[in-house]
Design a binder for this molecule. Structure first.
Ligand SMILES: NC(=O)c1ccc[n+]([C@@H]2O[C@H](COP(=O)([O-])OP(=O)(O)OC[C@H]3O[C@@H](n4cnc5c(N)ncnc54)[C@H](OP(=O)(O)O)[C@@H]3O)[C@@H](O)[C@H]2O)c1
Length: 442
């Protein structure tokens, strides 16, 4: 049994980057701080894994007009994380409700995250060499995606949101899902105090970027240990990808589909989902020839256009000589314009993100669109956000679980080790260094 330490590490925003400024280590501070003490109605969580996402760069801007408040200078950042409850003042442990091998009290690390043994979960490709996107190929502190012997799941997910009650805290936005928790009736919704978490429970919450977190019981989302094979899988961007493909672009059998930002957390799943829905041809966009090769070899894309390798429209016409039926747009800008130019009559567009502006710290993504083309060709352009479609989450979890089991879906991701690597994880994500979701094991 390991006692809860007196101090832990957290990552703070040391100084705001200017809009457009490339992130550097100096923008972050990895600080030692007292482990917070849970009060009534709260639990203490030992965080185990967190994700970084592109919207975090936007939240570093002080003036971003977003659905949640920006990160505050001198304060810890926040974002989705999965961890284990190690203390719950209101709920002393009374026995294992969720599974065997639970910790026996605060600070006990022998629970599921502390487990060892086994030869790897479904994300392993064999020989312990990593998940479908093998982080082992990366230098410096990354490790394969598989986690030996663990088998976990979630009934739902929580999402990043403001650490305290913000006027718009129930109004989450792109890239962060929902802030105030899923609506009642969605599996994984907060218990609302009826059945708050106990020590040993695994929960998903929005206080990443720190090793220990105090979480309000009402906002803690208990994870189901049987649905998905690895807690990291609950940090996937799958719900957004599923939403965009199924509801936004309404991908149909025999469609030719274009996914922009195809190598990202959302795009790397959106392409796979489009194929699952029967798409005939799936085209992606990315930022380098190396990543293009990986999209073709590892993620089933039929063709890839590369940012910076000539006009996107020219590349797209070559990749889709008969035009596009459906578009999943994560990028905006030139790529959205090019896709509209190449769209067939009746094409359906899901506008999901705006990486062309966001990756540089921008908060607006104006695009000049030829509306004559929209009307002439009956094109539908639909902005779509997860907070309006939270019911896709259990739907996606079931699809994801089945796809992983049957080998029809993979979870592309990389993992960096230790909270000290979290700033680097975000910098590398924005620099386009990785394929798939970028996670940090805490
Ligand atoms: N609507 C919603 O509810 C919702 C939900 C989740 C996410 N989102 C949004 O969806 C988008 C994708 O999210 P994600 O998590 O998958 O992000 P992501 O792809 O992981 O973001 C990082 C990637 O952005 C790309 N990038 C960097 N600079 C770029 C530029 N100038 N132009 C185009 N791409 C650039 C790089 O990929 P390459 O090197 O491959 O180009 C980099 O790897 C984001 O805008 C996010 O906010 C929306």
């Amino acid at each position: 049994m390991t006692a809860v330490p007196a101090t832990h590490r957290e990552v703070r925003l040391a100084v705001r980057p200017r809009p457009g400024e490339e992130l550097r280590a100096e923008h972050f501070e990895v600080a030692e701080a007292p482990v917070p003490v849970p009060g009534p109605g709260q639990v203490l969580v030992r965080n185990r894994v967190m994700s970084v996402t592109a919207v975090m760069r936007t939240l570093m801007n002080g003036d971003a007009d977003l659905f949640v408040p920006p990160f505050a200078e001198g304060e810890p950042l926040w974002g989705l994380a999965v961890g284990e409850v190690v203390a719950a003042p209101d709920r002393p442990r009374v026995g294992g409700r969720v599974g065997a091998g639970r910790p026996t009290g605060p600070g006990d690390t022998s629970g599921p995250f502390g487990g060892s043994g086994g030869t790897g979960g479904p994300f392993d490709t064999g020989g312990g060499s990593g998940g479908p996107v093998d982080a082992g190929r990366e230098a410096g502190g990354l490790r394969p995606g598989g986690r030996g012997g663990e088998s976990w799941g979630a009934q739902g997910r929580v999402t990043e949101g403001p650490p305290t009650g913000h006027p718009r805290s129930a109004d989450p936005g792109p890239g962060v899902g929902w802030a105030g928790g899923p609506p009642s009736g969605v599996p994984g919704a907060p218990d609302g105090g009826a059945d708050p978490p106990r020590p040993g429970d695994l929960i998903e919450h929005r206080f990443g970027w720190r090793e220990y977190a105090v979480v309000d019981s009402a906002e803690a989302h208990r994870l189901d240990p049987v649905a998905l094979p690895d807690p990291a899988a609950y940090l996937s961007q799958g719900p957004s990808a599923w939403m965009g493909v199924v509801r936004g672009a309404d991908v149909r059998p025999d469609d030719t589909v274009f996914v922009t930002g195809a190598a990202g957390g959302v795009g790397s799943l959106a392409g796979q989902i489009a194929r699952l829905r029967g798409a005939k041809r799936v085209i992606g966009s990315t930022g380098s020839p190396d990543k293009a090769d990986r999209l073709l070899a590892e993620l089933g894309y039929d063709a890839v256009v590369v940012r910076g390798a000539g006009p996107i429209e020219d590349q797209l016409r070559e990749a889709a000589p008969d035009g596009l039926d459906a578009v999943f747009d994560n990028v905006g800008g030139e790529q959205l314009r090019a896709a509209l130019a190449v769209a067939r009559r009746g094409a359906r567009f899901a506008v999901v993100g705006a990486l062309s502006a966001q990756a540089g710290g921008g908060t607006a993504a104006p695009v000049q669109i030829d509306t004559v083309a929209l009307t002439d060709r009956g094109i539908t352009l639909r902005g779509i956000a997860l907070y309006d479609h939270m019911d896709v989450i259990p739907e996606w979890t079931a699809v994801f679980a089945r796809g992983l089991r049957e080998g029809t879906l993979s979870f592309p991701h990389v993992r960096l080790q230790g909270i000290g690597q979290a700033p680097r994880a975000l910098r590398e994500l924005l620099a386009g260094r990785h394929v798939g979701t970028v996670l940090v094991d805490l």
